[in-house]
Ligand binder design. Sequence first.
Ligand code: BGC
Length: 472
Amino acid sequence: MVNTPLDGNQTSSDSSSVDIVPLVWLSAALAALAGLMFGLDIGVISGALGLIKEEFHVSTLTEGWIVSSMMGGAAVGALGAGWVSNSWGRKNALLAASVLFFVGALVVAMAPNVDIIIVGRILLGLAVGVASFTAPLYLSEIAPERIRGTMISFYQLMVTVGILAAFVSGLAFSYIHSWRGMFGILCVPSAVLFIGVLLVPNSPRWLASRDRFDEAKEMLGKLRASRAEVEKEMSEITAAVNSDDHTSGWKLLARNSNFRRSVALGIALQLVQQFTGMNAMMYFAPRIFEQTGFGSEAQLWSTVLVGLVNVLATVIAIGFVDRIGRKPILYLGFTVMAAGLAVVAAIMAVGASTSFLQFTALIALLVFVAGFAMSAGPLVWTLCSEIQPLAGRDFGISCSTFANWASNMALGAFFLLMLNNLGGPVTFGIMCVCNLLYIVFTWAFIPETKGVSLEHIERNLMSGKPLRQIGR
Ligand code: BGC
């Protein structure tokens, strides 16, 4: 265990009087723009798919490829992102992601055939993989710990805004039948992201991990309001960098059982997030609304409503994450999700025969979405970037982000099969039970990291404390 002059709890109470400099907000806004791109990419396909199908007469199998090629690219991108952001730095990784976004969007928008659409979707996926890895990591490294949760949740808010914007633009462009427009417009935020990232500072923690301590201190000076804060944080970072176990990646994994625990927790958190079933709503909402008895126009508008509730409920998480903590919000979120799913399963079992039952099913699905958006949506990304030790942070987050995209892809591939073969009541019943089990998982394994410095979490992890106690 590394001894530093500071204790994390002490740090958190001290910092309550500390100002946040504007550059922190600017950097946060730009990293969050990467979240917007993430959301646009997730949401764009739901509106575009029907039109692409109409133009190229594709088979159901090819349709599947068009959807999942992006997630496959993202899984690969997330794996490569660890290396890129470790050797090139967080800033350059975000720049690379914005270039990939731009090129990918352009390739799809101008594609002469389906093969090229798939190539463009893979490029977009690579971009999302790199961005979804780097942006929360960068935010966690530049944020003062008092507002760390808020800032990473803000990133998730942008993901949800992106999804909503894509749903709305899908609806708008569908009137002029232009799926190319839906993709082409993505070039604009990619260009803004590129230019914006050029302006933000490098992560002091990354600089220190490359033994560039002077630059790290200089950057920290720009990001903190007082000298005292800079000195305090720099001594923590230096202690973490100089700790005994400064091996990284696979070597650290092989050598250090405590690191294996944090990597396993990160992967488990992302699997839990995906197997809440949220993306079933993101990708197949119209289909689910069809099963609860909605006509085609109502299906599209209800989908936009899903996007809207997703945004609004994320705002709740932002307001509370650094006030009441991660665990209480997760308990509440999983309970709300399980309740919503139980109601949907029950209505599907008896058949949504009356408009009252249809309306109740819609509300229950929205309750489910709200439950996710206020809890597992933002908090899983927050926790994943908080629990890894500095030496293995890139590797650990790379593994968990890969798990997010791989399970995302699996859900995309199997959800409709489940729905068709097992039926609505069983499928939603299974999802409900899973969410109930996650309450136990939260109690048993998830630490409370509210207001605790990353270095303090690292010391607790490396000293062998049970995972649920590595926070406060
Ligand atoms: C998840 C995505 C999901 C989105 C929905 C994110 O936290 O990782 O898979 O589509 O939330 O808002």
